[in-house]
Design a protein around this ligand. Sequence first.
Ligand SMILES: [Zn+2]
Length: 90
Amino acid sequence: MASVIAIRRVRAATVLLFVLAVPAVLGAAVLALKLAGTYLPALLLGAVWMLSFAVSATTLALLKCPQCGQRFIRFNWFFPRVCARCGFRC
Ligand SMILES: [Zn+2]
């Protein structure tokens, strides 16, 4: 079972990776184009970013509720604050 702090940390990391994906990769692309004349560093950053988001979202999906021991989220929910099974809030 995951602790409340672990659930909050993984959820915050997943939300940040989701929200900042486009601005970060776009900013890196503009910067890379100005400095190096190529988009390749931004493409690599985008690939690493997507992989990080996939790992974070999968970790969030597999976390167990500290109260009931079942998975904390259902797959059709995005970033929930309440357990899908028992209603535990964290
Ligand atoms: Zn629960």
